[in-house]
Design a protein around this ligand. Structure first.
Ligand code: HEM
Length: 452
């Protein structure tokens, strides 16, 4: 695949607006830029913006050769508000294909993507979310009750355990203890997939070795369980009174007009997608929320009061502010299928544009004192459009945004009601790249003690 940026003159036969130069960028070898991007994007982008301006280019080795990074509100609006026929996201995610399955909403574009979103949405409406609340609360209480008192522990790991349980019980709707026991290790293994395993999965030759063999084995066993679960659920007499995500998807399908709902194979791919998109991200967002809160005594006291009084608005504001200051996902990507003018540049088909979530969310032009953790900013008003985008935007905005905020609000309430919390040390933890997320470098370590 060529980036297209090298082919600018031929790509631009139509009348154009904007400069036909490539946006400026570092001259380092592509392999160095790739490594810097993979490991240090949260430091690299601010540096490149200072050096090259609001729009800059990175040159990578693979799979996308040229990235055009966008840090301004208006350029991000162009991308999120632009035509979905021109701005594809599925191709950029293709690397995850063998793990997610070809029908995954993350991998498709245009009509097929629209259909998947339409079929998934009924499980993520406000009414549906309200139905998940009680179960999320129960699972959170069970998790939080097990926390050790008076000793240092990593809250990130505990939140991973919680969000995994939420996926199993609230998303997949599995509550039978014997089935849960079989699924847990498989789901944990699948969710833990790293880039090396991911990149090697399409090659049949590798399937006989090490991590690939292990992953394929896990996937096969989990698929068997998921197909059995889907079959059982389709036949369940109580399907219409069930309030888990899978059941809601099946209920919606039964009321669908011609065309029907998801097939079993499609459902399997969407469930794996919800697992991979919703588990680690939510756990990381929660870990950052605790990390920030324990270092701000005034906000911690206010949050504790909010938890006691059932004031969800403040707790949701805490979660939102953590996602602003410490975005779990630092950037999103769209690949151009046709030339498009963005940020004053006429970019050719094949170029990848990348709204930089972390940059726009820390820009003083849009956020007062952006380095301060101040949940109040979400109570006083809302940030300008396209400047708080932890869930991306436009037609691809995260389907689970409301679900994640619900989980975070409930979890904060249960933790703060029970415990006094403090960090293991005052110094903040660094942001560390872990696959597509930025996690707290030491696991968001805490010490908790029961409140009197
Ligand atoms: C704090 C937690 C989360 C964060 C930060 C997050 C972030 C994101 C981002 C940045 C995207 C890409 C949006 C874009 O390209 O514009 C995305 C997509 C997606 N997310 Fe989330 N997410 C979170 C939780 C969840 C949860 C809980 C679920 C489901 C249970 C979920 C399901 C999805 C799906 C299915 C997509 C693909 C949407 C599409 O391509 O149309 N996410 N998420």
């Amino acid at each position: 695949m060529t980036s297209g940026i090298d082919d600018l003159p031929t790509a631009l036969s139509a009348p154009v607006t904007g400069s036909t130069r490539r946006p400026p960028g570092p001259r380092l070898p592509a392999v160095v830029q790739t490594l810097l991007f993979a490991q240090y994007r949260h430091r690299l982008f601010p540096y490149l913006k200072r050096r090259h301006g609001d729009v800059f280019t990175l040159r990578l080795t693979a799979p996308t050769r040229h990235l055009v990074i966008l840090t301004r509100q208006e350029d991000i609006r162009t991308v999120f508000g632009g035509p979905v026929e021109v701005l594809h996201a599925g191709e950029g995610n293709a690397i995850m294909g063998p793990a997610l399955g070809e029908h995954s909403v993350l991998l498709t574009d245009e009509a097929e993507h629209r259909r998947s979103r339409r079929l998934l949405m009924p499980a993520f409406t406000g009414a549906a979310l309200a139905g998940y609340r009680e179960m999320v609360g129960e699972l959170t209480r069970a998790e939080v009750e097990s926390w050790p008192e008076g000793t240092v522990f990593g809250s990130h790991e505990r939140m991973q355990a919680l969000t995994l349980e939420v996926i199993l019980q609230v998303v997949f709707g599995v509550t039978d203890e014997a089935r849960l026991r079989r699924m847990r290790p498989l789901v944990r293994g699948i969710a833990d997939i790293g880039p090396v395993t991911l990149l090697g999965l399409p090659y049949p030759l590798l399937a006989r070795f090490g991590p690939w063999r292990r992953h394929i084995g896990l996937q096969r066993r989990l698929d068997e369980l998921l197909y059995a679960e889907i079959g059982r659920r389709r036949r369940a007499a109580d399907l219409h009174s069930r309030t888990d995500v899978l059941s809601r998807l099946l209920q919606a399908a039964q009321t669908e007009e011609a065309g029907g709902g998801f097939s079993d194979a499609e459902l399997r791919d969407q469930l794996i997608t919800l697992l991979l998109a919703g588990h680690e991200t939510t756990a990381t967002g929660l870990a950052w929320a605790l990390h920030e809160l324990v270092r701000r005594p005034e906000q911690l006291r206010r949050a504790q009061r909010a938890a006691d009084e059932g004031d969800d608005a403040y707790l949701t504001a805490v979660a939102k502010e953590a996602l602003r200051l410490k975005p779990v996902v630092y950037e999103v990507a769209r690949q151009l299928t046709q030339p498009l003018t963005v940020g004053g540049y006429r970019l050719p088909a094949g170029a990848t544009v990348m709204p930089a979530i972390g940059m726009v969310q820390s820009d003083p032009a849009y956020h007062d004192q952006p380095d301060r953790f101040r949940p109040e900013r979400f109570l006083d008003g809302q940030p300008p459009a396209n400047t708080w985008i932890p869930f991306g935007g436009g037609a691809r905005r995260c389907i689970g945004a409301g679900f994640a905020l619900l989980e975070a609000t409930v979890a904060l309430r249960e933790v703060l009601r029970r415990y006094e919390i403090r960090p293991d040390r005052p110094a903040p933890e660094r942001q560390k790249a872990h696959h597509v997320t930025l996690i707290p470098s030491r696991g968001a370590r805490l010490v908790v003690s029961r409140r009197r």
